[in-house]
Each structure stands twice: as structure tokens, then as C-alpha cells.
Design a protein around this ligand. Structure first.
Ligand code: SF4
Ligand code: SF4
Ligand code: FES
Length: 281
């Protein structure tokens, strides 16, 4: 890509009161200072192109710039056909998810300063889901999983009164912005075929536990998480928690409590006997 000539324009001219070599040196020094560039190495490709092709684009570096700014600069100035999905640019809609420098990130929340800008910064689509085009992936599998979660079932046996502390856990889970970065990083999903295994993934353990934790909910989702949701396959590596931009403690506050309750409910021999005798699930 050609560098934008405007961005290279020096901040002072040789006629600004300086002459000879010193003026020239100062101009050159300021050009170096003001015209910093970063190379974005973007993985591009058409639908279902798994490996894609890497293309380099140079972008003028501005203070506070995030990866999405740089990608949109590429789209505006160098590659008008570059496909990228975003909406809010405020880390709220979850649509600008991609892998930057090999890690799942929201592009609108990731500053370029986090990286060594003297080297190309790699930007590629989420690797767990099929590519639609360039940086846009098809995450519809997640919506199919979502439909399997038993919805909120309000209790009818008590008044709707509770303390804030009773809904703290439920509210934490509802901070999810459905960016699917946790689904992207989870190895149980990542290394499976496109029609994923019987495994819901961290985003949907969060959703199920958020509903379960509400004091006015009456549904039991533990069996669903155990059998169809495959929560036993999670080996609590905590990778999902590390990438969650909403700061949800996915493993400590959703997955581990769910696993403990499943063990209590379905693997305790006395409870198992009780269920056999009473015919309950
Ligand atoms: S902790 Fe479990 S759900 Fe989270 S990334 Fe690891 S295996 Fe996946
Ligand atoms: S739990 Fe966190 S990482 Fe996973 S989809 Fe929700 S906000 Fe994104
Ligand atoms: S654009 Fe909405 S989260 Fe990044």
C-alpha cells in the first residue's frame, strides 16, 4: 500500500526561521516523530477459506488508536472491499470480535499501543467459526445452542421481593455482550468440526447459570448442562475467563458452581438411589 502523503507532511518548513543543515535536520526529526506508521497484517479470504491470505497495510499511528480504527482506515483508504463487522465502537455490542496478535479480542477495545508497533500486527477472523468473508465469521451455531437453554420460569409460590445481593450473581452473568470470544478460545469447541459436539460452551454456561441464579426462577437446568450441554468436558483451563471483555468470572462463578451442583445432584449415591425409588430425574 502507498503511504498517505498527507500523514507524512512535516510539521515545520525549512523557511521557519532556520537555515542550512540544522533546519533540514530538524524537519527530518519532526517528520520521523509525527509520521509513525504501523503495519496491519490482515488475513483475508472468501467464505469458508480456512487459511486465507495475509495482506499488509500501513496505517498512520494516532495516539489512543484502537485496532478497529486501523482496520477502518484500511477499509477507507486501501481496501474498500475489506469486510469487517462492528456496530457500537464502545465494547457493548460484541460484533467486532477477531483475533489480534493471536488472541481473541474486541477490536474496538484493543489499543495498538498494547503491541510492538515496529512489527506487523496480525489481525484475523475468529478461528473457531466459519468465515463469511475477510474478518467476518458465521457465529450462528451459537444462536442454535442458545435456543436449547430452558428459558426463565418464574416462581409462583412467593412474592417478588428480594435483596440486591440475591441477584448479584445473576446480574454478573447478564453483563455478557455475546461477543463469543470465550467460545472462540475454548479448545473443546475450537478443535471440533463445524457442527460442534454436544457442548454448549462458556457463553451458554454463563447464560444458564445467570437464569439459575435468579431467586425467582424455578427451572432446573443442571441435567441439560450435564447431558446435552457437555459441561463435564470443560477442564477448567480458565482461558474463557481470561478473554471475556465483560469481566465475567466464567469459570469461578458459573462453570465450577454448576459442576459442583451436578456432582451433588446426580453423582451422590444416596441421591441417585432416591431418584431411582421416586422415579424423579
Ligand atoms: S474453562 Fe472450560 S469452558 Fe472455559 S475455555 Fe477452558 S475448557 Fe472451555
Ligand atoms: S461470556 Fe464474556 S467472552 Fe463470552 S460471549 Fe459473553 S461477554 Fe463475550
Ligand atoms: S464495535 Fe461493538 S463491541 Fe466492538
Amino acid at each position: 500500500m502507498e503511504r498517505d502523503a498527507g500523514a507524512l507532511r512535516p510539521a515545520v518548513k525549512a523557511s521557519d526561521g532556520l537555515d542550512g543543515d540544522s533546519a533540514k535536520d530538524q524537519v527530518e526529526a519532526r517528520v520521523v516523530e509525527t509520521a509513525r506508521f504501523v503495519t496491519l497484517r490482515i488475513n483475508r479470504g472468501e467464505a469458508n477459506d480456512v487459511s486465507g491470505r495475509w495482506e499488509d497495510y500501513e496505517v498512520p499511528l494516532e495516539p489512543g488508536m484502537v485496532v478497529l480504527d486501523a482496520v477502518l482506515h484500511v477499509q477507507a483508504h486501501s481496501a474498500n472491499d475489506l469486510a469487517v463487522r462492528w456496530n457500537c465502537k464502545a465494547a457493548k455490542c460484541g460484533s467486532c470480535s477477531a483475533e489480534v496478535g493471536g488472541m481473541p479480542k474486541l477490536m474496538c477495545k484493543t489499543r495498538l499501543e498494547e503491541f510492538d508497533c515496529s512489527k506487523p500486527i496480525l489481525v484475523q477472523p475468529l478461528q473457531t467459526f466459519p468465515r463469511i468473508r475477510d474478518l467476518v465469521t458465521d457465529v450462528s451455531w451459537n444462536y442454535r445452542v442458545n435456543r436449547k437453554i430452558t428459558p426463565f420460569r418464574p416462581r409462583t409460590d412467593r412474592e417478588w421481593r428480594f435483596y440486591q445481593r440475591d441477584v448479584d450473581r445473576s446480574q454478573e452473568m447478564r453483563k455478557c455482550i455475546e461477543c463469543f470470544l470465550c467460545q472462540d478460545v475454548c479448545h473443546v469447541i475450537r478443535y471440533q468440526t463445524q457442527e460442534k459436539p454436544q457442548y454448549f460452551g462458556p457463553r451458554f454456561y454463563v447464560r444458564a447459570l445467570g437464569l439459575d441464579a435468579h431467586p425467582m426462577d424455578s427451572a432446573n437446568r443442571l441435567r441439560l448442562l450435564q447431558v446435552e450441554g457437555g459441561i463435564g468436558l470443560c477442564n477448567v483451563t480458565k482461558c474463557c475467563t481470561e478473554v471475556c471483555p465483560a469481566g465475567i468470572q466464567i469459570t469461578d462463578n458459573a462453570i465450577i458452581p454448576a459442576k459442583e451442583r451436578i456432582v451433588d445432584a446426580y453423582q451422590d449415591p444416596l441421591r441417585r438411589l432416591f431418584r431411582k425409588v421416586t422415579g424423579t430425574t
